[in-house]
Design a protein around this ligand. Structure first.
Ligand code: PLP
Length: 404
């Protein structure tokens, strides 16, 4: 008789966004005349940049001719894209990362979930709290997180690193030593960042205790302040302790196209074994490669026109972020984020729980946001709004919130 992976049964309730979806659908059905504005889900709304569309058209045409047809992509990704990434994202920033340390993938969600395959189930993970839920959920699926404790909204075998107003929404070095540390900056959902000096402390700590850092920099393109690092490899010693996850979703609108990459420096070892070799083995065996046309589209993001056009999209979203930040502040809310990230993190008023505020905002303003508690226990009492809507809707949503 077959057996299932019963770690899946330990996962609590349904995924955050499906709960939100159901609530919004029920409200809309009961109130068909209401116009709902969604400032909740972290998906982009701007169309792909013209430079990207041109590259897609061109590469689709190539696929139609025997001389330029492409079949299976190379296991680690096409050289043209990996070189563009190495030059633009690392060498230009003075970081020692080469093209053959870059693994092209279909996105950071897959990579952040799959990277656990190369680690023993015995490792203890540490996560920022609150944070993108995929890290904990995928470790729970792998059997690494112990049991879920509903009263605490937390797992028994996870080191939670609270990121609260007291710590400026940044984690402090944990008291209990973890083996795998997930860091995400700029952070989803708080929009917080840490400086290069602060990140250096994490790199030094990981090297000292023999931990590996999985650094998710999916929102790197939104950084506007000079002392915020764009990559963990700006820190000395990161090559021996850090894996970096990146995505084309939020910097270039590829959420529906799918492209990302993971960096594993060859100096990152467990004894004599490089993590690079393990991930290469996994990538070659379990991943079919991002399509040629998508990798050409990714290459176009690094062209002069691509950089200009995607930069304008980011500026558009960050103008929304400014509108939300200023609007909420003027309405008396306590807010943070929104300067180096498309996320605005607000404290719920009148001691409402995150879900109470969700219902309040949906019913009174017809605005959808995301309850902070869905991102970890320390997110309770907080709420996330995103800058990915249209400018017109963002302004309208803020007018409604201010009128409450
Ligand atoms: N990492 C973080 C922190 C995210 O917030 C998201 C998406 O919201 C992802 C990764 C997913 O990226 P991708 O679309 O490349 O899978």
């Amino acid at each position: 008789m077959f057996k299932i992976n019963d770690n899946y049964l330990k996962l609590p309730g349904s995924y955050l966004f499906s709960t939100i979806g159901k609530k919004v659908a029920a409200y809309q059905q009961a109130n068909p005349d209401k116009e709902i504005i969604r400032l909740g889900i972290g998906d982009v709304t701007q169309p792909l940049a013209p430079a990207v569309i041109d590259a897609l058209h061109k590469s689709v045409d190539e696929m139609g001719h025997a001389e330029t047809f492409h079949g299976y992509a190379p296991d680690l990704g096409y050289e043209f894209l990996r070189s563009a990434i190495a030059d633009h994202d690392y060498k230009k920033r003075g970081c020692d990362i080469s093209a053959d340390e870059i693994f092209v993938s279909d996105g950071a969600k897959s990579d952040s979930g799959n990277i656990g395959d190369i680690f023993s189930v015995d490792n203890k993970i540490a996560v920022c709290d609150p944070v993108y839920p995929v890290y904990v959920d995928t470790n729970a699926m792998a059997g690494r997180t112990g049991d879920y404790i509903p009263e605490k909204q937390a797992w028994s075998n996870v080191v939670y690193m609270p990121c609260t107003a007291e710590t400026n929404f940044a984690p402090e070095l944990p008291k209990e030593t973890p083996d795998i540390i997930y860091l995400c900056f700029p952070n989803n959902p708080t929009g917080s960042t840490i400086t290069k000096d602060e990140l250096q402390k994490w790199v030094d700590y990981a090297n000292k205790v023999g931990a590996v850092i999985i650094y998710d920099a999916a929102y790197e393109a939104y950084i506007s302040e000079p002392d915020v690092p764009h990559t963990i490899y700006e820190c000395d010693g990161a090559r021996t302790c850090a894996i970096e996850l990146r995505s084309f979703s939020k910097n270039a609108g590829f959420t529906g196209v799918r492209l990302g990459f993971t960096v594993i420096p060859k100096d990152l070892k467990c004894g004599d074994v490089t993590l690079h070799s393990l991930w290469a083995r996994r990538h070659g065996t379990k991943f079919n490669g991002a399509p040629y046309i998508v990798q050409r589209a990714g290459e176009a993001v690094y062209s002069e026109a691509g950089q200009k056009q995607t930069g304008e999209q980011i500026a558009y979203y960050m103008n929304n972020a400014k509108t939300i930040l200023e609007g909420l502040k003027s309405a008396g809310y306590t807010v943070s984020g929104g300067v180096n990230a498309p996320y605005i993190w607000l404290k719920t008023p009148d001691k409402m729980t995150s879900w109470e505020f969700f219902d309040y905002l949906l019913e009174k303003a017809n605005v959808v946001g995301t309850p902070g508690s869905g991102f970890g226990p320390s997110g309770e009492g907080y709420f996330r709004l995103t800058a990915f809507g249209s400018y017109e809707n963002t302004v309208k949503a803020l007018e409604r919130i201010k009128a409450l």
